[in-house]
Design a protein around this ligand. Structure first.
Ligand SMILES: Cc1cc2nc3c(=O)[nH]c(=O)nc-3n(C[C@H](O)[C@H](O)[C@H](O)COP(=O)(O)O)c2cc1C
Length: 224
């Protein structure tokens, strides 16, 4: 499969066969992940390979997406949060980790695996506890992995079943809907006209504390 085909055929798959994934295949996925660019070439990522069903069940019991427990394997991606000044301004630890994740998903597609990028996870403090993740690492995402239960090619325009609620719009926006020249402007039916469902405002101490810390750092940097 060439790169363009691989990009076009990648799908988020949430139903898996029970078949195990070989350790050598996981190694190949992570090898592709770590070829990704990273801010300042810090490569401050760690990949926690999750094979124990007990840990998957813990995640789900704490509120994570239920299909985590259907996949025979998962990879939890974490990235250091103290490595560059832009970590605060542009969250470049998340950006670097996301680049690695996308490489991994493309490699998974290339190898005929099913994968789903999952941020529907319990609060970070619970994820940290389950996997003994130190404070200086942010929990980025969990990648559920396995062999697909269905033929992926059938997931063409819209997804089906559980996937439906994640895809209220047509599968992908067009070039005209996503591109603007020289300044920001809206185009017909682009994401600026998207109806965002109202969310409950949940006051979370950990979130407030993190924002406060970010403001402090930003002020400090502006003075320099
Ligand atoms: C940052 C991020 C977080 C996501 N979190 C979840 C998630 O928690 N649960 C899930 O089922 N899919 C999740 N997805 C997958 C998206 O739902 C999926 O990419 C989207 O519906 C488009 O479908 P496609 O990947 O097949 O193109 C996530 C994707 C990204 C990039």
């Amino acid at each position: 499969m060439n790169l363009t085909e691989c990009i076009a055929s990648r799908r988020s798959i949430r139903r898996f066969e029970e078949r195990e994934i070989k350790a050598s295949t996981i190694r190949r996925l992570i090898h592709s992940a770590i070829q990704a660019p990273s801010a300042c070439n810090m490569q401050a990522w760690k990949f926690i390979v999750v094979n124990k069903r007990g840990n998957m069940n813990k995640l789900v019991n704490f509120g994570a997406a239920k299909w985590i427990a259907n996949a025979p394997c998962g990879i939890l991606v974490v990235y250091r949060n103290d490595v560059t000044i832009n970590t605060v301004l542009y969250k470049d630890n998340f950006q670097s980790a996301a680049a690695a994740i996308q490489n991994m998903l493309l490699e998974a597609t290339n190898l005929g695996l099913a994968a789903c990028w999952i941020c529907d996870l319990p609060r970070p403090k619970y994820v940290r506890k389950i996997f003994a993740i130190p404070r200086e690492f942010d929990v980025i995402a969990y990648i559920a992995l396995g062999y697909p239960k269905h033929d992926n090619s059938k997931l063409s325009l819209k997804h089906y079943g559980d996937e439906k609620k994640y895809n209220a719009h047509e599968r992908k926006y067009s070039f005209e809907q996503v591109v603007c020249y020289d300044k920001f402007y809206s185009t017909n039916n682009d994401c600026t006209s998207m109806q965002i469902p109202k969310r409950k405002v949940v006051k979370r101490f950990w979130l407030k504390r993190k924002c406060f810390r970010n403001i402090l750092f930003t002020d400090h940097m502006l003075k320099e």
